[in-house]
Design a protein around this ligand. Structure first.
Ligand code: ATR
Length: 290
């Protein structure tokens, strides 16, 4: 973002409901300032009823792109002209690029998750991975891990087992990965964690304000494991603190948040994102709100 807004300024934004607490405007505007690109990023609260109108607006006002968040990541798909293959498989879009009225949807949550692992030198290919939860966030994570050739177990609460089973069936339609769904209970946790290389929390358990909650305590965590919590608020969840104490390597959800933003930034601008600046901005805001 440059100081002067001009006729050439390209607009990007976020649509969702709610959007008030999103860190994306601050991260992207800091990145635009740093790179000197004539772009700006704004949050737009859009209800389900207004989704179609919002997309018409993007085309007619020639916005450069959007991030899409809850509750529109799935509902947005019929309004787009094309999907990248991963977004199509996952069935959810978090980024749209507008090429003069032609809208293409991407899922940078998936890529952002993988980049958070690979930037730390961790290749998920062939690794035993336990994923907690089978909701929207878990979908992006499990599809992309399956693409990377990981051996996956998804643990989910009993009443929603059909979700986890449907998710594994869906993944098996596309990837020849080893993937199973099990009930999230103490016995299953104990047994799968014995051979796990990476544990991913893709549930909302432990998210602010419920910062004392965790599905797993340190007793079950071996020091050889990598624990990835996709929650970014708080930056260090109770699960991550327990894992750290148990001697395990940890990765926080802030890395995934920043990388999904960085990948969206590259798609809109063609320029590599200043990842460190984006992270610093996000950490700044989060440390003020806690
Ligand atoms: P998101 O888009 O953030 O993934 P979601 O689609 O609502 O949100 O998914 C949340 C996941 O966290 C679900 O798998 C949910 O389990 P259920 O499907 O059984 O609801 C899981 N989850 C939330 N609270 C949980 C809890 N207290 N214990 C175990 N799993 C929980």
């Amino acid at each position: 973002m440059i100081s002067e807004i001009s006729a050439g300024t390209r607009i990007c934004g976020l649509i969702g409901n709610p959007v008030e607490h999103s860190l994306s405007p601050a991260m992207h505007n800091a990145a635009f300032r740093k790179t000197g690109l004539d772009y700006m990023y704004l949050p737009f609260k859009v209800t389900e009823n207004n989704l179609s109108g919002a997309i018409h607006g993007v085309r007619s006002l020639n916005f450069k792109g959007l991030n899409v968040t809850i509750p529109h990541k799935v509902a947005i798909i019929p309004f787009l002209d094309e999907l990248e293959p991963m977004a199509e498989k996952i069935g959810a879009v978090n980024t749209i690029v507008n090429d003069n009225g032609y809208l293409k949807g991407y899922n940078t949550d998936a890529g952002g998750f993988i980049r958070s692992l690979t930037e730390k030198g961790i290749d998920p290919g062939g690794k035993n991975i336990v994923i907690l939860g089978a909701g929207g966030a878990s979908r992006a994570v499990s599809f992309t891990l399956a693409e990377q050739g990981a051996d996956i177990v998804i643990l989910n609460r009993r009443q929603e087992m059909s979700w986890a089973e449907e998710l594994t069936q869906n993944i098996l339609r596309f990837f020849k990965s080893s993937i199973k769904a099990k009930e999230l209970n103490d016995a299953n946790l104990k047994s799968v964690l014995k051979s796990a290389d990476i544990l991913v929390n893709a549930t909302s358990v432990g998210m602010s304000p419920n910062i004392d909650q965790t599905l797993i305590t340190g007793k079950l965590i071996r020091p050889q494991i990598v624990v990835f919590d996709i929650i970014y608020n708080p930056i260090k969840t109770r699960l991550l603190a327990e894992a750290e104490k148990a001697g395990a390597r940890t990765i926080g959800g802030l890395n995934m948040l920043v990388w999904q933003g960085a990948l969206s930034f590259k798609l809109w601008t063609g320029v590599e994102a200043p990842v460190d600046i984006m992270k610093k901005e996000a950490v700044n805001i989060l440390s003020k709100t806690v």
